[in-house]
Structures are given as C-alpha cells and as structure tokens.
Design a protein around this ligand. Structure first.
Ligand SMILES: NC(=O)C1=CN([C@@H]2O[C@H](COP(=O)(O)OP(=O)(O)OC[C@H]3O[C@@H](n4cnc5c(N)ncnc54)[C@H](OP(=O)(O)O)[C@@H]3O)[C@@H](O)[C@H]2O)C=CC1
Ligand SMILES: CCCCC/C=C\CC(=O)/C=C/C=C/C=C/[C@@H](O)CCCC(=O)O
Length: 328
C-alpha cells in the first residue's frame, strides 16, 4: 500500500498567501485496477497562475492545482511501463493513480539535463515564451524587445529566443543578482526596477528609440509607463500581471486608449494552451536550442515536498532565479 501526501487549499487566499492557508494531508491509495498506473512525483512545479486560478477554479479543501514530472512505479497499463516519465497535471501530490489519460510522455531526454526542465524551459513556461514572441509579438530581426520578470521561468526564455531571432533585448528584474544573470545570458540591457530612481529614465536609457515589442509579465504601474515608450505599430503581449495577483482591491491605472491610439499599438492577452495543437513541435525546437547551448536554463530548486507552500510564496515574492521547482 502506498501512502500519498498532498497539499490542499485550506482557506482561500486573501491578499498574499499564508502558511495557514495550506494543509498537508496523507491518504492510503487503493490497489490498481486494469488500465491504472501508479506514479510518484519526482519534480513539482510552482507557478504564478496558481494564485489567480485558485480563486477561479478551486474550492477550500481541494488539492492545490499544478503539474509535475512523475515516474511510473507500478502499472496495469501497457502504454506506461514501470520507469516511464511523464508530465502530469495532478496537483501538489507525492503519488497518484492515473487511468493514463491526459499525460504527456517525456521525449528521449539527454542525460546531462535534469527532467525538471520539462516543467520550465522545455515545458509550459518555455512554450509561453515561444508562442508569445512568435504569435503575439510577431518578432522580426532588428526589433527591440522589452520583457519584465525577465530572470524568471518565462522571461529568461523570452530574452534568449528574442536574441536567437535577431532582436535587441532589454530585461527588467527585481535584484542586482538577477540583472547580472540577464547580462550573462545575453540580454543587451538589463536593470533592477526596484532600485532605479526613475523607471521612465531607465527605460529610455536602455532604448532611446523606444520598443517594438513588450512581453508583459507584470502589468500594473510599470506597464502603464512602458506604454508611453512603445514605437509606432508596437506589439504588446499580455502574458501575466503578477504585480496584481495578491491585490485585494483591483489596481486603477492610467487608461490605455491615448498611447495606443497615437502609436497605433496592438495589445493582446494570451494563454499558452491556445497552441496545444503545436505543443510537440515547439517543445522539439526548445529542446534543440537547449542542447545546442543557444538557450541556457537556470532553476531554483527547493528540496522536500513539505516545503511546497514556502516555495510558492517565495516565487510570488521574487526569491527565484529561473524556474522554481520542487524536488521531492
Ligand atoms: N499567459 C500564459 O499562458 C502564462 C502566463 N504566465 C505569466 O508569466 C509571468 C511570469 O511567470 P513565471 O515565469 O512562471 O514566473 P517567474 O519565474 O518569473 O516568477 C515570478 C517573478 O515575478 C516577479 N514579481 C513578483 N511580484 C512582482 C511585482 N509586484 N512586480 C513585478 N514583478 C514581480 C518576481 O521577479 P522579480 O524579482 O524580477 O520581481 C518573481 O520572481 C506571470 O505573470 C505568469 O502569470 C506564465 C505562464 C503562462
Ligand atoms: C482568474 C484569472 C486568471 C488570469 C490568468 C492568470 C495568469 C496567467 C497565467 O499565468 C496563465 C498560466 C496558464 C497555465 C496553463 C497551464 C496548463 O496548460 C497546464 C500545464 C501543464 C504543463 O506543465 O504542461
């Protein structure tokens, strides 16, 4: 018999999540039926979307939503022999039983890379960067691309893909260590948005002619300022709005119409699952770029399933450099 641990949402978050909003539970899993597979989570993901989606799609007592890289430990399903690795969307759990549906088999994995990258650069965040840049920003060589939360899971891949595409890349992040990392992985310009005296001036200094593309991960006041530095026909990909996820009162900002009108801008929100039909094709390209060394991957690994809530709260506070993952 296997005992499975899970983290549940004990109480809906009010403002910034607290340790007491989570509850650790343990249950005994039943015996497998024909067609069933028993998985153990090897790496679990914490992602910003868990904060807004908890309110939208969960009730108190539910297991926290999320994905993992998991390994088959027992199987009554010939498609998933023992030892097979998958990406699953089974929530914050150490073990789970699946009927084999809605799992993504990991492709042949180069030994020198950890499988946790399937939750990051070669997974959902990498796909977000890829489709946001090519389908929403419609980048062209010579464009100047700005990205916020640039040292995180999505942002760090955005910058590196934009460089592959022949763009000039400017990144903003919340610590000097993150800024140094951005320069190390090839960003042309980077600054710490928490310490620059004036965001307007920092943006203008980084690109005096303005920006063709803005990959917006944060929303809020910062993005209102960027709007006024977009070039004519600029494209804004609204990927996330993390600066507001913990707000109890919605932010009010300057309205977007005037700068959008003057510079004939396009602004489009997107969710990565829009391109699920192209997932495999894009993952192959991301894996190739990683193997070729064109994309460098950084991970912020927290050891221990018990520390998942702390890792999630740390992510929302900006403690991570690169993709935040939990090693069970
Ligand atoms: N549309 C889609 O389909 C998807 C959207 N997303 C969105 O992309 C964004 C980045 O996600 P992901 O790469 O996974 O996370 P990250 O790895 O970038 O981690 C989140 C980062 O956000 C930054 N941050 C936190 N609070 C604030 C704030 N108040 N203002 C500005 N920055 C803040 C922190 O970096 P710093 O130290 O620099 O402040 C933190 O490290 C999120 O908004 C997320 O919701 C992600 C995946 C899919
Ligand atoms: C209630 C409003 C919600 C607003 C959207 C919030 C944030 C944007 C964002 O971060 C969206 C993320 C979407 C992620 C989707 C993930 C799933 O497709 C599962 C991924 C499983 C995997 O890792 O492959």
């Amino acid at each position: 018999m296997v005992r499975a641990k899970s983290w549940t949402l004990k109480k809906h978050f009010e403002g910034f999540p607290k340790t007491s909003d989570f509850e650790l539970k343990e249950v005994e899993l039943p015996k497998l039926k024909d067609g069933d597979v028993l998985f153990e989570s090897v790496f679990l993901s914490v992602d910003p979307y868990m904060r807004p989606y908890s309110r939208k799609s969960m009730k108190e007592g539910d297991i926290m939503i999320g994905s993992q890289v998991a390994r088959v430990v027992e199987s009554k399903n010939p498609t998933y022999p023992v030892g097979t690795y998958v990406v699953a969307f089974s929530g914050w759990r150490t073990h789970f039983i699946s009927d084999g549906k809605d799992l993504q088999l990991l492709p042949a994995w180069p030994e020198k890379f950890p499988r946790s990258l399937a939750l990051g650069t070669i997974g959902m965040p990498g796909l977000t960067a890829y489709f946001g840049l090519f389908e929403i920003c419609k980048i062209r060589a010579g464009d100047t691309v700005l990205v916020t939360a640039a040292a995180g899971a999505v942002g760090s891949v955005v910058g590196q893909i934009a460089k592959i595409g022949g763009c000039k890349v400017v990144g903003c992040a919340g610590s000097d260590k993150k800024v140094a990392y951005l320069k190390q992985i090839g960003f042309d310009e980077a600054f710490n948005y928490k310490t620059v005296g004036s965001l307007e001036e920092a943006l203008r200094k980084a690109s005096p002619d303005g920006y063709d593309c803005y990959f917006d991960n944060v929303g809020g006041e910062f993005s209102s300022i960027v709007l006024n530095q977009m070039k004519k026909f600029g494209r804004i990909a609204v990927c996330g709005a993390i600066s507001g996820y913990n707000d109890t009162v919605p932010q009010k900002g300057p309205y977007v119409q005037i700068p959008m009108l003057f510079n004939q801008l396009s602004m489009e929100g997107f969710i990565v699952s829009r391109w699920n039909d192209r997932r495999e094709e894009a993952l192959k390209i991301l894996l190739r770029w990683v193997v070729e060394g064109k994309i460098k991957c950084e991970e912020h690994v927290t050891e221990g399933f018990e520390k998942m809530p702390a890792a999630f709260m740390g992510l929302l506070k900006g403690e991570n450099l690169g993709k935040a993952v939990i090693k069970v």
